[in-house]
Design a protein around this ligand. Structure first.
Ligand code: NAD
Length: 282
């Protein structure tokens, strides 16, 4: 568990810190309204991309933040600085969400540090593009499922031991769960599982008054994209949306704020599609 700035020599490079142009994590015009005052949020993959934007917006809305990340110390430290600049606390928890014991320990660390956990954002994810389904080996398949859906389950299970009426879980699924993605077969399968997981967990938890929802991003300019797609694909990234562009993390995070806040008190088991205008079912 990492609560202090990692030693300089141990710092793993952050991909976001090197991106050109840098992703926008919050709009200069964003106006907070104390929607999450007094809440504690745990955001997996909260160091960069969409997770960073969610961490920053939640902090600006008044929540204390715990960020789980794999090894990108530079990105995590940068995000923590932004959270701290809004006067909120920020706990960095470094580790591998593929391990169920780590997921459980991370939740316990948050509760020990902040005394509670109100909002869980399951967001960490990986993708490995592959044209030929025959080339998707067992390791890739297992890593993708362990990271993208098993971990969501482990975190939810651990968090539910501490959550109370009014608390919420928000999962990051993807537009690829709703339409085909020929080169991301394993990845899009996990995203379909996340959508089903969201719906079933939501209906299971209605009596406990814990809401569970998801956000389905379309193409968003984040480290995941520059670290997994080739140059050609990166150049055209987002051009197939109705808006003919990729989104910025700053355009995703407000949906996570809405779902976490009391404004969404009658919404559970649903998915908000933030995808530049692609009409999808469900
Ligand atoms: P990102 O690379 O910035 O975030 C991914 C995060 O996952 C990283 O912070 C990383 O630390 C974390 N992570 C990965 N493997 C991990 C592991 N084993 N243990 C702990 N942490 C791990 O990229 P992003 O685009 O912001 O991705 C966030 C979510 O959004 C993912 O679930 C992704 O599938 C989803 N998504 C992204 C897009 C897009 O176009 N960027 C589109 C649809 C859905």
């Amino acid at each position: 568990m990492e609560t202090k700035t990692p030693q300089k020599q141990n710092k793993q490079p952050g991909i976001e810190a090197k991106m050109n142009p840098r992703p926008e994590y919050i709009k200069a015009t964003y106006k907070a309204a104390g929607k999450l005052t007094g809440k504690t949020a745990l955001i997996t993959g909260g160091d960069s991309g969409i997770g960073r934007a969610v961490s920053v917006h939640y902090a600006k809305e008044g929540a204390d933040i715990a960020i789980v990340y794999l090894d990108e110390d530079v990105d995590a430290i940068e995000t923590r600085e932004i959270v701290l600049s809004f006067g909120r606390k920020c706990l960095l928890i470094k580790g591998d969400v593929k391990k169920s014991s780590f997921c459980k320990k991370a939740v316990e660390q948050v509760v020990k540090e902040f005394g509670k956990l109100n909002i869980l954002v399951n967001n960490a994810g990986i993708q490995v593009p592959e044209k030929d389904p025959k080339e998707i080996d067992e390791k890739q398949l297992e890593d993708t499922f362990k990271t993208n859906i098993f971990a969501y389950f482990h975190f939810a299970k651990a968090a539910l031991a501490h959550m109370q009426e009014g608390d919420t879980i928000i999962n990051t699924t993807s537009v690829t769960a709703y339409r085909s993605s020929p080169n991301l077969i394993d990845y899009s399968s996990t995203k379909g599982a996340i959508t089903s997981f969201t719906r079933s967990l939501a209906t299971n938890l209605t009596e406990k008054k814990i809401r569970v929802n998801a956000v389905a991003p379309g193409p968003v300019w984040t480290p995941l994209i520059v670290s997994t797609f080739d140059e050609e694909k990166i150049k055209k990234f987002g051009s197939e949306t109705a808006m003919k562009r990729a989104g910025q993390p700053s355009e995703l995070a407000p949906a996570y704020v809405f779902l976490a806040s009391d404004d969404a008190s009658f919404i559970t088991g649903q998915v908000i599609h933030v995808n530049g205008g692609e009409v999808v079912n469900g």
